[in-house]
Design a protein around this ligand. Structure first.
Ligand code: SF4
Ligand code: SF4
Length: 455
């Protein structure tokens, strides 16, 4: 792994210097600002007469500025990871800029979920694109999918430049971008264009919780659709066959770090905030309670809906429809959306994946007990710098295992590979190997005490 030299400081010199913008970065940020202003004018209704012009100028400027900034930042220095300003910039240390971005993100989600009429003009700007792809005007879901895909593509290109020395990250980022563009944007749009159900084919139960609800099954199997049965089979097949088989061979990374849109957004747009994940023991305890609770909850709601469907009981009807309604609002809208993504700049990028996603819970159980995946550690090489723990987006104290030479087999590890990428000593390696002797390493039963970092 190539590691570029990090500037050293003289004795007594402050090491938390602020980064100065170079000319390329300054021009790029101005382009982003003009693009953002154009977008705001469009959202306010100023682009009604020329929706395509406003769409192309707003997103073109933001994309050009974002890519220009990434190029001016990463391509002007040798390949390798440099994180020396992470703890001193407002953007990445929960400073004013981070708080402002979080406010914008959360406000967007509140408007999107509960006041979507305010986005009518944004939808109108998307109409030309929607007409081209779907032969229909843009729905709010199409607009959201377009914004989400745009963010992953632009920030994915940024990640490509930042991690250009690492084959693993280049391939993973390419798959992230391709999966989002094809499976979660172009295919659903194509399905709408041919009057089939709008299905995001990289999501399935229990993350896409409605997929196995009786009402969805009825809808998919209705005579008006030719592909409904296939899409239903695809979704259920991934939930009950794809998940165990692929997780056995590759661990949960095949989904959480390669295919899932939530993971793709975290590892592209959220990359700059990955170090903010909570590393405390209490967070690990909460994670184990919360993520399996959500899995049990959605499994129970799905079972109740089917019991009601098959028996027609009045009690199951009121319970299951109420639970379904509140699950949608509290878990999917508030937690997965507004908090899970809105709080990236404050709480780190995998808040939903780590604490709430029921599919991640399923994948995690399989990874822990029935998988060939592990991160091996060459403990004798570890110099305890802590880079790996600092940049683990799932809050795993990787250093704790590395110091002991133990393999890392944690249910929560999404196999992003960043711990290995930032390790200056090449201690860590993501591997799929034989299951016997998988828990190799010095077994240290001493658990950290309260208040210390979690392993
Ligand atoms: S342990 Fe490493 S591979 Fe696993 S989530 Fe953390 S940084 Fe990613
Ligand atoms: S494993 Fe590598 S990154 Fe982690 S503490 Fe040891 S030397 Fe540092």
């Amino acid at each position: 792994m190539t590691q570029s030299p990090v500037p050293t400081s003289k004795p007594g010199e402050q090491t938390t210097k602020k980064r100065q913008l170079n000319l390329g970065q300054t021009i790029s940020l101005i382009a982003v600002a003009i693009g953002g202003l154009t977008l705001m004018v469009g959202v306010a209704g100023g682009g009604d007469a020329y929706p395509l012009l406003f769409l192309l100028s707003a997103f073109g400027l933001i994309a050009a500025g974002g890519l220009g900034h990434a190029a001016a930042t990463f391509l002007t220095r040798p390949p390798g990871i440099r994180n020396e300003y992470t703890m001193s910039q407002g953007l990445t240390r929960r400073g004013t800029i981070a708080i402002l971005i979080a406010i914008v993100f959360v406000t967007f989600y509140i408007v999107y979920y509960w006041f979507d009429s305010a986005l009518t003009n944004l939808n109108a700007m998307m109409n030309p694109l929607s007409q081209m792809l779907r032969r229909k005007n843009a729905s709010i879901y199409f607009t959201y999918a377009a914004l989400y895909t745009f963010a992953i593509l632009v920030m994915g290109a940024r990640a490509f430049m930042k991690y250009r020395h690492s084959g693993y990250h280049q391939i993973r980022t390419t798959v992230n971008m391709g999966a989002q563009l094809i499976a979660a944007f172009l295919i659903p749009a194509f399905l709408v264009a041919i009057n089939e159900p709008e299905k995001y084919v990289n999501y399935f139960w229990p993350l896409s919780q409605k997929d196995l609800f009786p009402s969805t099954v009825d809808y998919m199997l209705s005579e008006e659709f030719k592909l409904g049965g296939f899409l239903l089979f695809w979704s259920a097949g991934l939930s009950f066959i794809g998940v165990p088989v692929l997780t056995y061979f590759f661990g949960k990374r095949w989904y959480c770090s390669w295919v899932c849109g939530c993971g793709a957004l975290a590892n592209t747009m959220g990359d700059q905030w990955r170090h903010l994940s909570d590393k405390r023991l209490g967070a690990w305890k909460f994670e184990r309670f919360s993520i399996y609770s959500v899995l049990l909850l959605i499994a129970g709601i799905t079972a109740m809906l089917w019991i009601h469907e098959l028996t027609g009981g009045a009690l199951t009807e009121s319970l299951s429809t109420g639970a379904k309604h509140w699950y949608g609002i509290l878990i999917m809208s508030v937690w997965a959306g507004a908090v899970g993504t809105g709080f990236y700049p404050i709480l780190g990028t995998r808040i939903w994946c780590r604490f709430g996603c029921p599919l991640a819970a399923m994948l995690g159980i399989l990874q822990k007990f029935f998988s060939r995946f592990r991160i091996t550690t060459n403990g004798s090489q570890c110099m305890s710098c802590g880079n790996c723990s600092a940049y683990c987006e799932m809050g795993i104290n990787v250093k704790w295992y590395a110091q002991r030479g133990q393999n890392i087999i944690r249910a929560s590890c999404v196999g992003c590979g960043m711990c290995a990428a930032v390790c200056p000593r090449g201690v860590l390696s993501l591997e799929n190997g034989p299951r016997n002797n998988r828990y190799r390493g010095t077994i240290d039963l001493a658990r950290p005490t309260k208040g210390r970092q979690a392993p």
